[in-house]
Design a protein around this ligand. Structure first.
Ligand code: ADP
Length: 546
C-alpha cells in the first residue's frame, strides 16, 4: 500500500525559498574581493539568485547546461549557485589552485558553457582560455567600477547583468533526481573525476549534515565557512545554513589567521569549519596576540587528520568544542563527525581527547563498514583495520561520463580508498589512505599517526611521512619535517620526543628537514610528489640490513 503523503520534490531551490520566507532578515556578511565588508540578507540572496537565473537565460543558458564558477566564498558566489541550480542547470565549481592542464581537462571534460569568475582569477583563466572550445563567455563577479582589463572574450560584468533584471523568475520545474552540482576530485592517480550531485542528494545531505550531533547549526548561530565552496560543497554549509536560518559570514579571499580572527570576532561567529592548515594559522595568531574568542562555540576540522595538539589547544586554551570530521567529495562530502556520546561526560580531558582524535561517527544516511583485501567484513572492535567502505543516498554511484567504470561493488558499497578502524560505539579512525600506508614486514604503519605525533613537538611546524624501500622490511618510514625558524631542531630531538608515544617498531628510520612540504589543491600533503623527490633516498638502516 502506498503512503498518502504529498509528493514534494527535494530541490535546493526549496532551501533558499524557505530562508527567504522564514529568515528573510538574517544576514550574509562578506569580506569582498574588492575589500570592504558587504552585508545583505537571505531575502536579497533570493532576489538576486532569481535575477541571476534571468541573466543566464539571456546569455543562452538552459536546463542541464553546465555553468562553472571560479570564486571565493562570497554572497555573490552563493546567489550564483542558486541562480544556476534554479534554472535547472548544473553549477560546476572550479578549484583555482589546480594546474593549468588540470583546469583545461576538467572544463573541457565537463563541457562548461559559461564561467563566472572573481577578479582574482582573471589571469588564471586568461592562461587557459585558448584551450577551452566549449566556453561561450565569462562573467566577472564585480561591479562596473572594478572591472579589470582582460584578454578574455565575451566578457560580462556581473553587477550589470543583475541590474538589468527584475527577479520575476519561476524556478525551473526539475525532477529531484536531476543534476545540480558538479565537483571534480583532485585525482591523485589518473585524471580528476567528476562527482555529479543531484538536488535530492544535496537536500538529504544538508539535512543529515546539520543534525544536532553534526554541524548542529540553529537560527541563532553565525557560521563562517572557511572551507571553500569550490571544495566539496563547502561541507554543505551553503545549503544547510539557509535551511536553518543561520547567519553566514563569508571570508572572501583572505584566509590568514588575522583576517579569520577579525571576522570571527566582529561578526560573533559561533560555528566555523576548515582544514587543519587554516586552524594552524589561526591558533598561531591567537597565541601571538593573546586574544580570545568568547563567542565561538564549535570548530569543525576535517579534510586531513586534526592533530591532537590542535584539538587540545582549542578545547583547553580557548574553551571551543572541536568536532573532528571526515568526508570526501564523493560523499557530498560529510561522512562522520565526532560528537561525544552519552556516558562520556565524566571522562577525563585526556580520555575525551582520545575519542576526539578519531574522525567520528557516521551521520544518518551514511552506512559504513571495514573489510579485508578479500572484501570480508572486519569486526568493529577499534583494533582491526581495513578498507573503509560506504554507501548511502548522498554518495556517488558513478563518475561523470562513467570515468573509472563501475565504482560500486555488487552490494552497492563504495571503496573510499581509506584504511580505518571502527570501534564498538561507532567511532571511526582513519589509519591512512590505502596508498600512503607504510607496509613494513607484512604489517601496516599509519603515516597519519606518525605525522600527528611529530607535530606535537613545539618546534615542528609541519611533518610528512612516506615509506622508503627497505631491503629487509619492504618499506620503512621516513619523517620529513619543517622546523620552526631558528630552532636548531635535530633528528635526535624529534625521535626522542616521539619515543613512548608510538609503537617502537613504528619509529621512523630517518628524519630529513625541508623548507617546504608540497600540498594538493585541496590542502592535503602531496605524498606522490614527496615519494618522487625521495625515490632514490637510502635509509641509514638499509645498509646495515644488507
Ligand atoms: P581530494 O581527494 O579531492 O583531495 P577530498 O576532499 O574528497 O578530496 O578528499 C577526501 C579524503 O581526504 C578522504 O578520503 C581522506 O583520505 C581524507 N580526509 C578527509 N578528512 C579527513 C580526516 N578528518 N582525517 C584524515 N583524513 C581525512
Amino acid at each position: 500500500m502506498k503512503g498518502l503523503m504529498q509528493d514534494w520534490p527535494l530541490t535546493v531551490m526549496s532551501i533558499i525559498d524557505h530562508a527567504n520566507r522564514f529568515h528573510a532578515e538574517r544576514e550574509i556578511v562578506t569580506r569582498t574581493v574588492e575589500g570592504p565588508i558587504h552585508r545583505c540578507t537571505y531575502s536579497d540572496i533570493h532576489l538576486r539568485a532569481r535575477k541571476c537565473a534571468q541573466a543566464l537565460v539571456k546569455l543562452g543558458m538552459k536546463q542541464s547546461d553546465i555553468v562553472a564558477t571560479m570564486a571565493w566564498n562570497t554572497h555573490r558566489h552563493m546567489e550564483i549557485w542558486y541562480g544556476i541550480m534554479g534554472l535547472g542547470a548544473v553549477c560546476h565549481t572550479l578549484n583555482p589552485r589546480l594546474f593549468a592542464e588540470q583546469l583545461t581537462y576538467i572544463i573541457n571534460h565537463a563541457e562548461d558553457k559559461l564561467i563566472f569568475l572573481d577578479t582574482s582569477f582573471v589571469a588564471v583563466l586568461e592562461g587557459v582560455a585558448d584551450t577551452l572550445p566549449d566556453v561561450k563567455g565569462y562573467v566577472i563577479m564585480t561591479d562596473r567600477e572594478h572591472m579589470p582589463e582582460t584578454s578574455l572574450k565575451n566578457v560580462h560584468c556581473y553587477e550589470d547583468l543583475i541590474d538589468a533584471e527584475d527577479g520575476d523568475f519561476a524556478w525551473a520545474d526539475v525532477d529531484e533526481n536531476d543534476a545540480c552540482g558538479l565537483c571534480y576530485t583532485s585525482g591523485t592517480t589518473g585524471n580528476p573525476k567528476g562527482v555529479l550531485y543531484s538536488h535530492r542528494s544535496n537536500v538529504l545531505h544538508a539535512l543529515a549534515a546539520n543534525s544536532a550531533d553534526a554541524l548542529g547549526m540553529r537560527s541563532v548561530d553565525a557560521v563562517l565557512p572557511v572551507v571553500p565552496m569550490f571544495h566539496a560543497n563547502a561541507w554543505s554549509i551553503t545549503f544547510s545554513a539557509p535551511a536553518a536560518g543561520a547567519k553566514i559570514v563569508m571570508p572572501g579571499a583572505n584566509m590568514d589567521g588575522a583576517s579569520i580572527y577579525e571576522l570571527l570576532d566582529t561578526e560573533g561567529v559561533t560555528v566555523t569549519a576548515a582544514v587543519p592548515t587554516v586552524w594552524l594559522m589561526l591558533l598561531q595568531h591567537l597565541q601571538e596576540t593573546g586574544v580570545k574568542l568568547p563567542k565561538l562555540e564549535r570548530v569543525i576540522i576535517g579534510g586531513s587528520a586534526a592533530p591532537r595538539t590542535m584539538i587540545e589547544a582549542f578545547e583547553r586554551d580557548y574553551g571551543v568544542t572541536v568536532m573532528h570530521a571526515w568526508g570526501m567529495t564523493e560523499l557530498s562530502p560529510m561522512g562522520t563527525l565526532g560528537a561525544l556520546k552519552a556516558g562520556m561526560e565524566d571522562l577525563s580531558f585526556d580520555e575525551k581527547l582520545d575519542i576526539k582524535v578519531k574522525q567520528g561517527r557516521a551521520i544518518y544516511t551514511v552506512e559504513m563498514k571495514i573489510t579485508d583485501d578479500d572484501g570480508k567484513e572486519l569486526p568493529s572492535d577499534g583494533v582491526a583495520f581495513g578498507h573503509l567502505m560506504v554507501r548511502g543516498p548522498a554518495m556517488a554511484g558513478a563518475y561523470l561520463k562513467d570515468e573509472g567504470g563501475n565504482i560500486l561493488d555488487k552490494d552497492g558499497w563504495f571503496d573510499t580508498g581509506d584504511v580505518a578502524t571502527l570501534d564498538p560505539l561507532g567511532f571511526m579512525q582513519i589509519t591512512d589512505r590505502a596508498k600512503d600506508v607504510i607496509k613494513s614486514g607484512g604489517e601496516w604503519i599509519s603515516s597519519i599517526e606518525l605525522e600527528n605525533t611529530a607535530v606535537g613537538h613545539p618546534d615542528v611546524v609541519e611533518a610528512a611521512v612516506i615509506g622508503i624501500v627497505h631491503p629487509k622490511w619492504d618499506e620503512r618510514p621516513l619523517l620529513i619535517v619543517i622546523a620552526k625558524e631558528g630552532s636548531n631542531l635535530t633528528k635526535e630531538d624529534v625521535l626522542g620526543y616521539m619515543e613512548g608515544k608510538i609503537a617502537k617498531w613504528w619509529m621512523p628510520d630517518d628524519v630529513v628537514f625541508v623548507d617546504e612540504i608540497p600540498h594538493t589543491a585541496t590542502g592535503k600533503i602531496q605524498k606522490l610528489t614527496l615519494r618522487q623527490t625521495f625515490k632514490d633516498y637510502t635509509l641509514p638502516t638499509a645498509a646495515a640490513a644488507e
